[in-house]
Write a protein that binds this ligand. Sequence first.
Ligand SMILES: *Cc1c(COP(=O)(O)O)cnc(C)c1O
Length: 822
Amino acid sequence: MYHITYSLEEIKNVIQAEGNIPHFEYSVRTLAFDSRKLVDEKYALFFALSGRRNGDLYIKEAYQEGVRNFVVHKTYTGASEFPDANFLLVDDTLKALQDLVAKHRKNFSYPVIAITGSNGKTIVKEWLYQLLGHEKNIIRSPKSYNSQIGVPLSVWNMNEKNNMGIFEAGISRKGEMTALKNVIRPSIGVLTNIGEAHNEGFDYREDKIAEKLILFKGVDLFVYSPKYLEGYTGTIPGKKKFTWAFNQPANLNVIRQYDGYGDYTSLTAVFKGEEIECMLPFKDAASIENAVCCWALLLALKYDEDDVAEWIEELHAVRMRMELKTGINNCSIIDDSYSLDISSLAIALDFLNQQNQHPKRTLILSEIPEAGISPKILYKQIAELLESKSVDRLIGVGPEISSYAKLFSTEKTFFPDTATLISQIHTIPIADETILLKGARKFEFEQISKILTQKVHETVLEINLNALENNLNHYKAHLKPGVKLMAMVKAFSYGSGSFEIANVLQFNRVDYLAVAYADEGISLREAGVTLPIMVMNPDLLGFEMMIADKLEPEIYSLRVLNDFIEVLKKKNKNHYPIHIKLDTGMHRLGFSTEDIGPMLKIIAKNPSIVVKSAFSHFTSSEDPLSDDLTHEQINLFTSITNVMEKTLGYSIIKHIANTSAISRFPEAQFDMVRLGIGLYGIDGTYPAHKSPLETVARLKTCISQIRELKKGDTVGYNRRGVMTHNGRVATVKIGYADGYNRQLGNGTGKMLVNGFLVPTIGNICMDMCMLDITGIPAEEGDDVLVFDENHTVNDIADQLKTIPYEVLTSISQRVKRIYYYE
Ligand SMILES: *Cc1c(COP(=O)(O)O)cnc(C)c1O
């Protein structure tokens, strides 16, 4: 990696660490905190950040990968296990990370812009990068790396080849901004906006503004809109200030907007007493505001007005998503359209590396324009990166990357441009592999994506993997120390996917997976999932296949127990793990109390099995009115499992808590919890629209046709929809065969069209249905949201008088799933 190196001694001084350094000769140029995402191990400094479970395990993993330098908490005692590694002991490892980067930051005296605000930080950062990139060689935060960890990792990338830095900072509670300010040390500040107070961990708007403004204390220039500081009584930072506003006195006051030029909005503003103009290639209010914020900064920096207007006209959309889609020839395609640079390539390669469903991993990569370092160093870095991320094949596009072909030790092919690659794509063998597409904008890789992915029938279920991870972490934070987590991925992970979800869960180190039927488990194994998997409804015919795939059965009766033992004996298996299901009140599957004795006798006699866990299921853990019953279940479960452990003479994993029980009944966490619907963003414990969980699934379709109808006209089969007014009806591409229940017809169901909630009209058909869109703006081809974070799965469940579980799991398999990270 190209980076200033620091000696261990220097680092020890900067972060004021204790501890012996047996190897002073090691030096550091790369920071790491996640043992799953290591690069440049030899020169890496690994921070064991507190608050992460199994921290010791991660140190061991990082060590095994070759890391030799660690910053750990003073209480760490494992150092003696690794005699050839350096351990720096500190009180607070996060603070040590920040202090080290703050020191690194001081090496550079070029301008650094810091951006904060409630929304728009990443867009404004990327747009400033596009605009100022005409004149500057800029280092910026990758994606939206704006947290207590993300900011130091971003600023660490500063080097003397750059002449400007742009970093975003985001906070979720009081006290965090000081640390970020010390790391970024901005000379220029940009405030995007201030949103509602309650959603960001602050009780009062004034508190929130004050905390955000800490970032800008002492800057030479501060750019903001007075609208967002209205009522704020503290001092406004900035030796110089530059304001922007819409029809309000400001240094840049936008007085007219006109959106009649196709995709463009023309903006007229008063600046230094004169009218100036620019054309913005966007029409939505948020983009207009973000662009004006950028416009203001460039004028404040005294760039020529005409140049600035020209650059603004060339702005392009910032696409943050990294999408995982099904491709041709049994491939998985990862489409990462975020602009190409080495740090975003590393992030995308981590996601590629996480995919186990195919034996091979291919990267299609364009050359990286304007990387700011010499191409030789750049492509050498990339070659190292590909090696450490186990890329099997590189398809390079562009003359420059082609000329460094010999640096790459993987299987490789090169093409001078995208058009040539496309014209010869039939000559490249592509099958059963995961392909990451990462191209700079001008290489237009979306054309390759179109060829490699299967045609989508335009109704898609979008699965937000960040949200899934955040929900998982939400529940992990509620677990007592040492409690394991089993993730329920039955029924295609509640409709959201199979190996795509399991891979994420495995990567995030859940302890167990559970599926309903053996074939679900078998397909996870075929996709390379190695976690232990429990099968809840094993059947006699599937036992042999289960054993072959190391799937662990739920045993719920004496009959199943005896059957399974028979098969194990035939296969000569010993100590095969099983999970005993106990009936404590659900009366579905499970041993009843009187069968426990005979069950234990059989188990004691049969070394072919070992009881891995014993578990039961709550009937109504979400319902406060049933709490007495839930407590009875907990008591019964406790006493049965006590007897079991005593009789068997070994300890077993005991588990009973599902999603709602995890936080409602912490005493019922026992040794493991089984997290189901909460993972997918739904938990009845939390009041609607106040949930700390994030929405994971979004079901999206689109309008095929719009027609004008008169009062009295009828719509659909059996003429059940009758227009009560003159108006417009849209036909959308989703029907009951997609899982949009037929009960949702005739106004019962609603969908979002361009932000407006509209009712269905007429009966739902098999493949489509009709919406009354009278009076709202909509065109053929527009997206329609069946459910999302605003109109939720819960809302649909209410419309249908059912539960969200049924709505989610009913979405049929023909609806394409797209998985993405933002
Ligand atoms: C589905 C299921 C769960 C998960 O329940 P949620 O309410 O979705 O968390 C837990 N245990 C068993 C036995 C299940 O079948």
